[in-house]
Design a protein around this ligand. Structure first.
Ligand SMILES: C[C@@H](O)C(=O)SC[C@H](NC(=O)CC[C@H](N)C(=O)O)C(=O)NCC(=O)O
Ligand code: ZN
Length: 343
């Protein structure tokens, strides 16, 4: 049976009549008020029928807080900035990406005190394009990729030609070029020197050749809710693939023909994965890391790094993990632009 696009069936974020809302108050005072009541706001928000249950308990202010936070997240200036992962030999990876995949080095950041180096690579400048941020930790030459990480999607104009180059350069081809299930377009899978998979997708020239990050998750609806509510992403579409016994949800901050997207894959019956220690995170721009962290907590998400400057860089970030343990970092938009223009 061919794959099919599923309708959106998730519950709406708010289920009470907006005309009943009292005046909105500032998010931070709302959060501290929720703490004064001796209740964890995040606990309340984990329920699908949260607003109604909050109203039933007579605590309308919680519902207003949640509404206010979710509205702010939706209006925030968000974009997927880069994907971060660890490699054992920077020069080896840079050479492979440049020679086989045509990427350019955009920026390098040496952090001797913190004992790591970052190299940014991609197809366009960082202020406007999604790029790769490689991390090399001094003295560590290999990592475990696990079985939860899927692949990075890369749009190329000729998959077979790219595969030939990868082969000539000694790269590994894990799926030869061929049509994608039920469609006419061609794809292939290759592995980089550290074992990260790239899915090559034959597409006309695209504004974002680095077009997706695919991660496996144990409960698709739970993950969709997390990325919608805690991260403010949109569910672009879902597709069920009965032949491969899997369903994917495409999520992001805009349509996939113009924006890099997060592809979440659920394999029927598989509820847990080893997420390894090689893949690190996706970084997302925000206008306010403090509000972002508050919003994540109010949505029931787990903040793993409280908002504040990164040691040695001074750019403000905050970080959270999703229900499967995948990390997302939010980066202050203004400071990010300063970093990537001060090469
Ligand atoms: C500003 C933001 O976009 C960054 O990239 S900060 C860089 C920082 N990277 C590291 O700390 C790499 C070394 C570390 N030992 C590792 O292997 O990950 C980073 O991404 N920080 C995010 C965080 O949550 O600390
Ligand atoms: Zn980063």
């Amino acid at each position: 049976m061919a794959s099919s696009i599923l309708p959106f069936t998730l519950p709406s974020l708010s289920s009470f009549n907006p005309s009943q809302r009292p005046n909105l108050f500032h998010l931070r005072s709302a959060v501290s008020q929720s703490q004064n009541f001796g209740l964890k706001a995040s606990r309340l928000l984990r329920q699908d029928d949260k607003c109604l249950s909050v109203m039933a308990s007579g605590n309308l202010s919680y519902a207003v807080t949640q509404e206010h936070v979710l509205n702010w997240v939706k209006q925030d200036n968000r974009r997927m900035l880069h994907v971060v992962y660890r490699v054992g030999d920077l020069d080896r990876t840079i050479r492979f990406y440049a020679e086989c995949l045509g990427m350019k080095v955009l920026r390098r950041r040496d952090m001797p005190e913190q004992r790591y180096t970052n190299v940014f690579l991609g197809y366009g400048q960082e202020h406007a394009h999604f790029v790769i941020e490689l991390t090399y930790n001094y003295g560590i030459d290999s990592y475990g990729i696990g079985n939860g990480f899927g692949h990075f999607g890369l749009a190329v104009d000729d998959v077979s030609r790219t595969v030939d180059i990868v082969r000539v350069k000694g790269g590994k081809i894990t799926r030869e070029p061929g049509p994608i299930r039920g469609r006419s377009s061609v794809s292939a899978l290759i592995e980089d020197p550290d074992g990260y998979t790239f899915e090559l997708l034959e597409r006309p020239p695209s504004p974002e050749p680095l077009c997706k990050v695919m991660l496996r998750v144990g409960d698709l609806n739970r993950s969709i809710k997390f990325y919608e509510k805690a991260c403010g992403m949109e569910l672009l579409y879902m597709r069920d693939n009965p032949e491969s016994k899997s369903t994917v949800a495409m999520m992001g901050y805009g349509p996939e023909d113009k924006n890099t997207v997060l592809e979440l894959t659920y394999n029927y019956g598989v509820t847990e994965y080893d997420i390894g220690d090689a893949y690190a995170q996706i970084a997302i721009g925000t206008n306010d890391v403090y509000r972002t962290a508050e919003a994540i907590k109010l949505a029931g998400g787990k903040v793993t790094r409280e908002p504040g400057p990164v040691p040695g860089i001074n750019t403000k970030i905050t970080a959270c993990i999703d229900p499967d343990g995948w990390k997302t970092v939010f980066v202050d938009n203004v400071e990010f632009l300063r970093d990537c223009s001060n090469l």
